[in-house]
Design a protein around this ligand. Sequence first.
Ligand code: A2P
Length: 276
Amino acid sequence: MSAPTAKRARGIDVPTLGIGTWQVSGEDAYEEVADALDIGYRHVDTAAAYNNEEEVGRAVRDSGIQRDRLWITSKVWHTQLAPDLLRRSAETSVRRLGLDYVDLLLIHWPGEDGTLEPALDEMVSLRGRGLTREIGVANFPPSLFDRALEHAPVLVDQVEYHAHLSQETLRAIAEREDTLIEAYAPLGSGGSLLGDPVLEEIAEAHEATPAQVALAWLVAQDRVVALPRSTNPDRRRENFAALELELAPEETARIDMLAAQRRRSFDPPWAPEWED
Ligand code: A2P
């Protein structure tokens, strides 16, 4: 494999490719996760807000894979950051998953002013209780990620990141602080970047697909983990095989240029100022 199967931060190994489960529910979520684990994915990303933790957890448990070989993430919604709400949300996630703990608990989006530090304190306390191994944030722009890091041992910032949206500032913070950036929508929202002619041209040269090129570009980067999602079993295999694809330096440089256009898809009303 040309990309490492795990990325290390603060002595913790996080599997490089995780299966995303946003907008996948019911038996589809069960099948997606069960199949992904069968393929070799060892990292599953869910959230309280995805309404699929029961099915995701059942697939994890049915896989029979040793728990300590898996990396399971869930998230607390931004309206639930008051300490008692956060505690209840995390406890409910773990119960719905049917697990003893999650590996990573994230604040899903920044909350209102004044909520961050108390929420992080509560997460540290949940970690102390063994409900989660690590804590992190999602959708935090650089200054807020810095602020979270000043207050608590945050392991990751999970953000939209792909070949049309660079995240140089966050990557620099991750390098400096020994943390990780997790890329959601790594193929662009709804696979939007897959028709990009540059990705197509590079894919052709490798007898690979544009999706594999987009993922290979991400996972070749230090401190970057990617979370592709597919409801299609063939595409899940295709995406996992991207770990084996090695891009030439000039190909990487071409995709770096694409990413400089910074085309962001996820910008809901509750999003923070992105600082770009
Ligand atoms: P599908 O589920 O039909 O495979 P997200 O924005 O959440 O990251 O969604 C990923 C999108 O990319 C989904 O629409 C998914 O569609 C699509 N997708 C995932 N893997 C591939 C792939 N290898 N080739 C083409 N499309 C893909």
